[in-house]
Design a protein around this ligand. Sequence first.
Ligand code: NAD
Length: 450
Amino acid sequence: MCMTSKKLVVVGQGYVGLPLAMRAVDVGWRVVGVDVDESRVARLAAARSYVEDIPDRQLVAALGSGRYEPTSDYARAAAFDVAVITVPTPLREGAPDLSYIVGAARSLAPLVRPGVTVILESTTYPGTTEELFAPLLTEGSGLHPGIDFHLGYSPERIDPGNRVWNLVNTPKVVSGVHEDSLAAVSAFYDTVVERTVPVGSTRTAELTKLLENTFRHVNIALVNELAMFAHELGVDVWEAIDAASTKPFGYLRFTPGPGVGGHCLPIDPSYLSWRVRRSLGRSFRFVELANDINDHMPDHVVRRVTEMLNTRRRSVAGSRILLLGLAYKKNTGDARESPATRVATLLADLGAHVRAADPHVDAARLPPRVTLVEVDAGELAAADLVVLLVDHDAFDRDQVARHACAVLDTRHWLPTHDRGRRPVAAGGGHPLIPAQVARHDELAFAVEPL
Ligand SMILES: NC(=O)c1ccc[n+]([C@@H]2O[C@H](COP(=O)([O-])OP(=O)(O)OC[C@H]3O[C@@H](n4cnc5c(N)ncnc54)[C@H](O)[C@@H]3O)[C@@H](O)[C@H]2O)c1
């Protein structure tokens, strides 16, 4: 494919669409990035990225190449060769909200011409491409997918913040409504990624994405539930996980935490269970159980906070609690559906003075009644309890260990904590703490796992 003459439109310039647009510019496409959010478009035009994996200098280069145009005007996408849709697919009252896909399809349809290729990337339930997306394109263009133009689905596997696996080196599952469509979709992705994995139908490709995320969701729920029981049984779940992870076959490592967040795990499995219930009248019990466990992890964190304060003869009400991390995952600023927000809200409801530090998250995403602070010695020492919720690389383990009085470590982040042990009386010491460090508490430094 000679790309310098080819025009790609990427609909949605978010965590998924922007990296795709940048990569396509890199390999020679002329790219129009359409987004209905005018403030995002203005930021892109000013080369100010809001996606961590895309540095400003990459935007500067893309804009400077003359082959990248961010816009809110669909007319700028006219005469495209390939269109990729990367709009949100949230839940509304527990059910899939496909209104963004519907909106994008209606706006794009009048621009669809014979011979073009249209690809849906948004995560959704099996059947969406052919039952919902295709009819809208036909309605607005008078053309039929698989006959007049190519149509396919390709799930996105982007993992924000992952330094090893990115858009280019992660294999990309591709599908089409017919063989020719599959060939056209594969030909497009062959220009931007190292390896494509063709599957036989758009439904299979849609299900593949939901299988991947449901698998993660269920396994995280498994270790989360295990972590709660192990704590009560007085067994170190982390040591057991480390030991189990030495098995070279038949085991995959998942780790407990304060809950799941982001745009994928708390949402995607529910697309699948909704579809199963709607089409088959059955419940997808694994998904429902995993939702139940993962949704309640913030309550478990608050219970553990209460226990730890209790040991120190304090109540949650009136205690000063410092939360480390507000994002839903390590090294990102994405706080969508973050369990940290729920923890903060629950603690504030109980009357705690909640303070939070996160070098990545925008202050505008701060939950109500929470004070945003920088982590320093004074802030750590003044907290009755520090709760490590996100193990960002920017946090300093030694600083936390040196100055905090007590830490609830939900991510097994502090390296030498007293596994499973209760706080010890002053003078008992901690391997990371110099004995002479004075603390404002009658108990010595305590670190406890989730
Ligand atoms: N973020 C991830 O890590 C990730 C990974 C894999 C898959 N996905 C899936 O990819 C899809 C997009 O996710 P995201 O994280 O990039 O979302 P996002 O919210 O970061 O970006 C989506 C963008 O689409 C824009 N938009 C909405 N309606 C539009 C319309 N009609 N026309 C043009 N633009 C429109 C929004 O303004 C927004 O900027 C979702 O289905 C998500 O589940 C996300």
